[in-house]
Design a protein around this ligand. Sequence first.
Ligand SMILES: NC(=O)CC[C@H](N)C(=O)O
Length: 221
Amino acid sequence: MRFAVIVFPGSNCDEDMYYAVTDQLGETAELVSYTATTLAGFDGVLIPGGFSYGDYLRCGAIARFSPIMPAIIEFANNGGLVLGVCNGFQILTEAGLLPGALRENKTLNFICKDAPLKIENTQTAFTSAYGQNTEIRLPIAHGEGNYYCDEATLAQLKANHQIVFTYQDNPNGSVADIAGITNEAGNVLGMMPHPERAVEWLLGNTDGLPLFESMAAKVRQ
Ligand SMILES: NC(=O)CC[C@H](N)C(=O)O
């Protein structure tokens, strides 16, 4: 499988994402500039974390107007797998590919720590490889990770099983403890925790690896 890792000005987790899916997962990947206008030939799109455009205006609000975005939207609308992590999640909500918004953490501090999570849906293209393992731990590192949506959207997310990850200790004030959601079709996932920072024992944690294994298994299907 061939992953595209999108690089915006200010991305800082692109190399980690690349390393996770090449060295650790054993698939191929390419770093794709925000100036590119096509994603032809890729089987999956990874939007990494960071501070795109310096987080000016709102995290992800400027990246969403980048030249690559129409290609990402087309890729998603054609059913392609798209994963947005942290700043990637923020970009996906700003682009309208995922509902809701990420606001400033309730503490108004940047939070950088390990977060215990619950996998609420193991039947997705991003979580199938977790099996019965529904309690995991992934690093978080964000200033604007406080997920917000209105009541009607939350009811929809629940009814369609779009809530994939929740925090066990809600560090940022997110509605319904939400740490990650999919779109209605299930092919776009946005999450604040960083699975690419937890893919080998040298890092002290491998809880992120099954997420990428799930994506690869889905593409092979
Ligand atoms: N690690 C990240 O992607 C951080 C995202 C964003 N810059 C924030 O602080 O919320």
